[in-house]
Design a protein around this ligand. Sequence first.
Ligand SMILES: [Fe+2]
Ligand SMILES: [Fe+2]
Length: 421
Amino acid sequence: MRINSRSRFNKTLILIIFAMAGCGCMTAASQSGRTPDRIILNLTENPAVSQAVTWRTDDDVKDSQAQIMLATDYLDTDNNVSTLDAETEPVSVDDVKTAYYHSVVFKDLKPNTLYAYRVGSKDIWSEWNQFKTASDAAAPLKFVYFGDPQVELESKCSRVFRMSYKKAPDAAFWFFVGDTVNNGEYDNEWGEFFSALGWAPRVTPFILTPGNHEYKKRPGAPSLQANKPINLEQKGLSRLWRPQFTLPQNGPAGLEESAYYLDYQDVRIVMLNGTEKIEEQAKWLKKVLSKNPQRWTIVGIHQPFYSTGEDRDNPYNRSLFIKIFDKYAVDLVLQGHDHTYGRTYKLLNGVKQPDDKPGTVYTVSVSGPKQYDPNKRFESLMAKMGTKKQLFQVITIGKDTLRYESFTATGELFDSFTLKK
Ligand SMILES: [Fe+2]
Ligand SMILES: [Fe+2]
């Protein structure tokens, strides 16, 4: 989302637009530099009454807007449409050109209601897309969780995204736990990600947290020095992260849109950023979970607490967070990073618990084709492990049950379990 505001008006440009619109030579299909692309819905803190959308253009669109209306069988777009001005942020892309990111948060929406929206400007609009707001009370929920896509996004991740859409077309949102791309500084990789997704993010809101691959050396930055602390000027969260998403900003200072929480119906979802400011997040998480009225609690983080990747372990993160998850009865921790699959039994303080006792289930998954050999360090805690599989997970939550199903890229069930309250 936009970080700094600006206000501009260019009469010359308007005249040119009117002239071109008059000759009928500018349409959404014309692929002008003003054409909206990379359109993505993101959940807000209050998904029952608001919805964020972000898109980008190659050209500097000064009259960027979004329109919204109740979705009906016949869209009467001559009436009933609300128009909102977008916020716009220019971003230097690959140190070569500037891209323009636009965002709007639709507010004061009705819960559990289907809306139609489009983005663009007076001369070039996207198609009308639809989204549904969350219910404002407990209600059944389905969403899809993906481990790292990271590489071969177009070539080999597309089929996973498409199979997940076929398997769960009614998912309320898609949930990504980082390493979305291989180098978060490279615009072409994000372009490939959006291309692989097709229109899915235009109709299904996304929530994402960054992985270490969204923290890569910036083009032109001084080289990193071995054994020296990371200088975030050299290697910070990708400059493309915040402009291209519009995520909640209710996390610790400095981690806006990368660590945050939201309540979707009766589920509290907390996204942690496992790459920086870990101690601050542990303190913040205690506060977020100590005042949690929701029936279910799910945490997303990139780096796993019980690593399944070869030669990997994160004992410091484990020492900070496990006791918090135990104390506040987190149901499920969804992770990535290790390019394998692993799902623990219910654990309490790192010890396996019977199914009918309290405990937290930790899962690692991977949606992309980069795969590692499994680490057996925590094998005794794992109910299921695997590798050489591109996977996605459909999670279905009812009043008293949480059903988790992991599917392969070919749509076969690979792992499943049910949590009961
Ligand atoms: Fe990673
Ligand atoms: Fe990764």
